[in-house]
Design a protein around this ligand. Structure first.
Ligand SMILES: Cc1cc2nc3c(=O)[nH]c(=O)nc-3n(C[C@H](O)[C@H](O)[C@H](O)COP(=O)(O)OP(=O)(O)OC[C@H]3O[C@@H](n4cnc5c(N)ncnc54)[C@H](O)[C@@H]3O)c2cc1C
Length: 444
C-alpha cells in the first residue's frame, strides 16, 4: 500500500471522471463498480436516460481534454418549450446569447466514454464488485462479487466514495464519525416514458429545446436523444388522489394523459406499456457532514450531496467537485487530511446552495413557467443583463452558463427576485420597464 494508490467505489459519472483527474496526476487508481461493464452488457445506465450538461460539467470535461468528444454526442437545447393544455407552444430562451444553451446527453454514452478514457489513462475498473462497507480503523474494504456471490476483504489506504446517493461508504462513515446525515424525501417521484422518432429518425417535437408540460402540481418534460426520440419524464405525486398510486388502470392512464398532455399523448404509442413496466423513481435531497474521515476516506458526487433534478445540476455539480478536489490536491501536496478537509469546506456551502436552488426550481418549472408573467420576467432579466452586464446576471444563467459559486447565485438570486417582482408588477411588456427605478434598484 502507498499514498500513491487511490481506490474509488463506483464507476458512475463522477467516479469515472475523478479517476481520470487522479490518473493524470500520476496516482495509481482502481475502481470497484457494482454493475457489469455497460460497454459489453445490455443494461440500463441507471437513473435517467439522458441528462442536461451545462457549463460546470463541460468545464470539468475540458480540463481533462474530453469536452470536444462529449460535445459530439450532445444536442443543444436553447430554451424551454412550454406546452399548454390546448397545445399552444411557447419557447422561452434559457439565455440571452445564442451560445447560452444546455446540452442533452445520453447518460450511458457519457458514462461509457468516461470509463474508456479512464482505462486509457491506466485506471483499473473491477466490475461486478459491490462494496458492502469499510472498516476505517483497519483499512479493510469489504466487497461482494455479484457474479460468483463470494465476499472478500482487501486493505486500502485512501478510499473515495463515488457510489451515488445510496453510498455504502457514506453509511459506514456516518457510523464511524457519528456524523450529521439527513435524507429529505420529495413527495413527488418520477417515471420515464418514450416519445419515439418519426420516420427516418425524424424529431416529432422541436429538437433543440427542453419540452415542459407544466400543470401546477406536477409536470411532464422531454429531452431529445440523438436517434430522434425524446425521453419524457413525468414528475408526479407518489401518493394521493392524483398520483402514481392512484393511476392503477390502463384506462386511467390513457384518460389522464389525453386530458393533460394531449399533444404528447398522440405521439406516445407505448405509453401504457412504459407506464406499467418502467419503475417509479423516488427523489430526495441528501446532506451530510463531514464528507471525509481523517486522510483515509472522502465522498464525492451524489454520495456526498444528492439533489432533486429540477435545475439539471446533479452531475454538473459532481463534475465540478472533481475540478475542486484536483485543485486541493495541487495545493496541499500529499497531505490527504488537508486535501479532504479543504475540499469539504469549499464544496459544502455550495452543494447546500444548489440543493436549495434545485428544490425551488421545481415550483418554477411545474407552476410559474405557465404564469403569464414568467416570460415577461425573463425578458426583463435579459434587458437588465444587457444594460448592467457586470451587476446583473440572471440566476438561471449564473448557475448554468457561468461558474459563479452556487452560494453566490443563491444569495444574488434572492435579491433579483425582489427587484423583478417590483419592476414587473405594473407592466405587461418589457418596453414599459421603468428604467429609472431599475437603475436605482440595481445600484442599491
Ligand atoms: C430523473 C433524473 C434526472 C436527472 N437529470 C439531470 C440533469 O439533467 N443534469 C444533471 O447534471 N444531473 C441530473 N440528474 C442527476 C445525476 O443523475 C446525478 O447527479 C449523477 O448521476 C450522480 O453521479 P454519481 O457518479 O455521483 O452517482 P451515480 O450516477 O449514482 O453513480 C454511482 C455509481 O456507483 C455504483 N455503486 C453504487 N453503490 C455501489 C456499491 N455499494 N459498490 C460499488 N459500486 C456502487 C453504481 O452502480 C454507479 O455506477 C438527474 C437525476 C435524476 C434522478
Amino acid at each position: 500500500m502507498s499514498q500513491n494508490q487511490i481506490t474509488l467505489i463506483g464507476a458512475g459519472l463522477a467516479g469515472s471522471l475523478l479517476s481520470i483527474y487522479l490518473a493524470k496526476r500520476g496516482f495509481e487508481v482502481e475502481i470497484f463498480e457494482r454493475r457489469p461493464d455497460m460497454r459489453s452488457a445490455e443494461i440500463s445506465a441507471g437513473r435517467s436516460i439522458n441528462l442536461a450538461l451545462s457549463v460546470r460539467g463541460l468545464h470539468a470535461l475540458e480540463k481533462v481534454g474530453l469536452k470536444e468528444r462529449i460535445m459530439q454526442i450532445a444536442i443543444p437545447m436553447k430554451g424551454r418549450m412550454l406546452h399548454s393544455l390546448t397545445g399552444e407552444l411557447n419557447l422561452v430562451p434559457y439565455g440571452r446569447k445564442e451560445s447560452e444553451v444546455i446540452n442533452s446527453v445520453s447518460r450511458a454514452e457519457l458514462n461509457m466514454q468516461l470509463m474508456s478514457a479512464a482505462e486509457q489513462q491506466g485506471v483499473e475498473i473491477h466490475f461486478n464488485q459491490k462494496c458492502t462497507g469499510m472498516d476505517f480503523e483497519s483499512g479493510e474494504l469489504k466487497l461482494h462479487d455479484e457474479v460468483t456471490n463470494q465476499d472478500s476483504v482487501t486493505q486500502k489506504e485512501i478510499v473515495i466514495g463515488t457510489d451515488g446517493s445510496a453510498s455504502a461508504i457514506r453509511n459506514d462513515m456516518a457510523r464511524a464519525l457519528d456524523g450529521n446525515f439527513t435524507k429529505d424525501d420529495l413527495e413527488h417521484g418520477y417515471k420515464e416514458l418514450t416519445l419515439p422518432a418519426g420516420r427516418n429518425g425524424q424529431f416529432l417535437l422541436e429538437k433543440n429545446a427542453l419540452h415542459i408540460w407544466p400543470r401546477q402540481s406536477y409536470m411532464l418534460i422531454a429531452l431529445p436523444n440523438s436517434d430522434g426520440s425524446f425521453t419524457c419524464t413525468l414528475f408526479f405525486p407518489m401518493r394521493g388522489d392524483l398520483s402514481f398510486e392512484s393511476l392503477k388502470t390502463k384506462k386511467a392512464v390513457l384518460a389522464f394523459f389525453k386530458e393533460q398532455f394531449p399533444d404528447a399523448f398522440e405521439l406516445m404509442p407505448a405509453l401504457v406499456e412504459d407506464f406499467f413496466t418502467n419503475p417509479t423513481g423516488a427523489l430526495a435531497t441528501i446532506r451530510c457532514q463531514p464528507w471525509h474521515l481523517a486522510g483515509k476516506a472522502c465522498l464525492l458526487g451524489d454520495a456526498a450531496h444528492a439533489i432533486v433534478p429540477f435545475f439539471g445540476q446533479g452531475i454538473n455539480c459532481g463534475f465540478e467537485d472533481c475540478t475542486v478536489l484536483d485543485e486541493c490536491i495541487e495545493k496541499q501536496s500529499g497531505d490527504w487530511q488537508k486535501i479532504f478537509q479543504e475540499f469539504g469546506t469549499l464544496r459544502k456551502i455550495n452543494t447546500d446552495a444548489i440543493a436549495e436552488l434545485s428544490l425551488t426550481n421545481y415550483f418554477e418549472m411545474r407552476d410559474h413557467v405557465a404564469d403569464s408573467k414568467f416570460a415577461l420576467k425573463k425578458q426583463v432579466e435579459f434587458a437588465l443583463e444587457e444594460k448592467y452586464p457586470e451587476k446583473f446576471i440572471p440566476k438561471y444563467s449564473m448557475v448554468s452558463f457561468h461558474r459563479i459559486p452556487y452560494s453566490v447565485a443563491l444569495a444574488k438570486g434572492k435579491v433579483q427576485e425582489k427587484i423583478l417582482a417590483e419592476l414587473c408588477a405594473a407592466i405587461t411588456s418589457v418596453e414599459d420597464l421603468d428604467w429609472q427605478r431599475a437603475d436605482e434598484l440595481i445600484k442599491n
